[in-house]
Design a protein around this ligand. Structure first.
Ligand SMILES: *[C@@H]1O[C@H](CO)[C@@H](O)[C@H](O)[C@H]1NC(C)=O
Ligand SMILES: *[C@@H]1O[C@H](CO)[C@@H](O)[C@H](O)[C@H]1NC(C)=O
Ligand SMILES: *[C@@H]1O[C@H](CO)[C@@H](O)[C@H](O)[C@H]1NC(C)=O
Ligand SMILES: *[C@@H]1O[C@H](CO)[C@@H](O)[C@H](O)[C@H]1NC(C)=O
Ligand SMILES: *[C@@H]1O[C@H](CO)[C@@H](O)[C@H](O)[C@H]1NC(C)=O
Ligand SMILES: *[C@@H]1O[C@H](CO)[C@@H](O)[C@H](O)[C@H]1NC(C)=O
Length: 459
């Protein structure tokens, strides 16, 4: 490894140490047991050597090969990877080859039940050849079949089905199973196909989708198989724990002495068929099959997965991401806003609303006053126009008239007629209306309200 500076090297060493610490921290296998073979991690219930595995999950590591190889079952099945949380394992497929009209079988030596439930899922049986039938034979009989046919016609050959693949139903495999190639006795078979080699193997569906051309090149029935470079083709198995055919979690929990989800903070889930699986609760990581195997994830140490742009506080099974003091908002999304800014904007908002309301109120009052003033001025004008002053003077100077006459203000008239109520209306004339009025001294009078001003009459 090349480092540009001493600082970089120290950093790399520190990172390495951190990684080692993390591996130590998360329990993978039982204490004192080997947990790796080459670059493959071996989590309990799998294990190597006595006392390191749950019944049936024993593996062997061939340290002699470079890199070391891990084996499962009867010791012939190579393990590529083991997935703990997904309860899955990826194994290396063995190729079964057969010459035309030759019947051949290959036993995949999975461990026998009953501690184990294996489900053939996400894998397909793939066959390349002509006029053969290939089968997967479980303990209950054939579970998948594939029949590549190469029909002939009178003038020559058409090769319609040299390759076929067939998804096996999701089946529980009760221990070892067999892959078989049998020739089909068809009329018209031609010697043209006598030179080919028929092949069959189990392939992981997802892998096949990506590597189909590569695989067909490898399985080319017209090439010499002995000269081929070996190719690593995977198939997958789902695994779960069962005790003498335990159905699922509920049944397994009934007998504490056999229940294998030993860690606190675990969740148990039923397998597709028999058996159950253990996982750590969300917020925990590690191995739920081992005592104290599930450990709290310190989310604050992994901002790449659990982003926090504020103050991160780890709690068992979860974490809290808060904005720093004096700020609030969504700290996870990095949207912390100062409390002062919000308060200020709140105050500005309140003040603005209040000011507008006040302005409207003042304007209304002013308008009202203005209207009243105008009305008063208008009345005064009308009073003058209607020779009101003259009338007033007349009253002032003539005591006789003053005793019998009075000038009423509009307020007094309003009161007397109940604001010129329509029920007080006595009649309508050409110039106005006549209302019945009751004065403050209970005298009943007629009040005329004119609506047109006839200038000529005034003059
Ligand atoms: C182990 O190493 C091989 C090659 O060195 C690589 O193809 C494979 O993916 C590695 N497996 C794991 C689990 O890292
Ligand atoms: C696991 O144990 C069984 C029985 O003891 C043995 O037959 C088998 O070979 C072992 N498997 C591996 C991979 O070591
Ligand atoms: C028979 O084979 C010949 C030669 O390959 C081909 O041209 C013809 O289409 C085939 N006929 C049928 C019915 O498949
Ligand atoms: C196969 O060929 C034989 C003889 O040529 C004939 O008797 C038989 O009926 C044929 N079978 C089929 C399925 O075509
Ligand atoms: C629990 O399982 C053990 C081992 O299989 C068995 O010996 C025991 O009888 C079981 N106990 C109960 C209560 O079923
Ligand atoms: C089988 O495969 C499907 C799709 O890949 C997956 O969703 C399902 O969980 C698998 N079944 C089991 C029992 O693992």
């Amino acid at each position: 490894m090349l480092f540009h500076s001493a600082k970089e090297m120290i950093l790399a060493v520190l990172l390495l140490l951190l990684q080692i610490n993390r591996a130590d921290a998360a329990l993978v296998g039982l204490p004192g047991c080997l947990t790796t073979c080459g670059n493959i991690t071996i989590p309990y219930p799998f294990g190597i050597g006595k006392g390191c595995y749950f019944e049936g999950f024993n593996l062997t590591c061939d340290f002699a090969s470079q890199p070391p190889k891990l084996f499962f079952g009867d010791g012939t099945i190579e393990v590529i990877e083991i997935y703990l949380t997904e309860s899955m394992m990826r194994l290396r497929s063995t190729l079964l080859t057969a010459l035309p009209s030759e019947e051949k079988e290959l036993v995949i030596g999975l461990p026998p039940q009953p501690s184990f439930a294996l489900v053939l899922n996400q894998s397909v049986l793939t066959a390349v050849g002509c006029n053969i039938i290939t089968n997967i034979l479980g303990d209950i009989g054939p579970v998948a079949a594939c029949m590549p046919l190469c029909p002939v016609n009178k003038t020559g050959h058409t090769c319609s089905g040299i390759v076929c693949s067939q998804a096996s139903a999701r089946v529980q495999i009760g221990g070892p199973f067999t892959i078989r190639i049998s020739p089909l006795k068809l009329n018209g078979s031609n010697s043209f196909y006598d030179a080919i080699t028929n092949t069959a193997l189990l392939v992981e569906q997802e892998w096949l989708d990506k590597h189909v051309i590569e695989l067909l090149k490898f399985l080319n029935p017209f090439s010499n198989h002995q000269q081929r470079e070996p190719m690593i083709v995977p198939f997958v198995l789902d695994w779960s724990i069962t005790h003498d055919g335990t159905k699922g979690c509920l049944e397994a929990k009934e007998n504490v002495s056999v229940y294998q989800c030993l860690s606190a903070n675990h969740v148990c889930s039923d397998a597709l068929f028999n058996g159950y699986r253990c996982k750590c609760k969300p917020g925990y990581e590690g191995n739920a099959y081992v005592t104290n195997g599930c450990e709290d994830i310190d989310e604050c140490q992994h901002p790449d997965i659990y982003p926090c742009h504020g103050i991160c506080i780890n709690f068992p099974g979860t974490y809290q991401c808060k904005c720093p003091k004096g700020k609030h908002g969504n700290a996870v999304a990095g949207q912390c806003i100062s409390n002062w800014a919000t308060r200020a904007s709140f105050l500005i908002g309140v003040a603005t609303t209040f000011s507008i309301a006040l302005l409207i109120l003042v304007l209304t009052v002013l308008l009202c006053k203005l209207k009243k003033r105008n009305e008063k001025l208008l009345r005064k004008k009308h009073f003058l126009q209607n020779r009101g002053l003259l009338l007033q003077q007349l009253l002032c100077f003539n005591d006789d008239v003053a005793g019998r006459m009075k000038i009423f203000s509009i307020e007094e008239l309003d009161m007397a007629t109940n604001k010129f109520d329509q029920t007080r209306l006595l009649g309508r004339g050409g110039h106005g209306e006549v209302y019945k009025g009751i004065l403050s001294d209970k005298r009943v009078v007629a009040i005329k309200k004119s609506w047109i001003i006839v200038k000529r009459e005034i003059d």
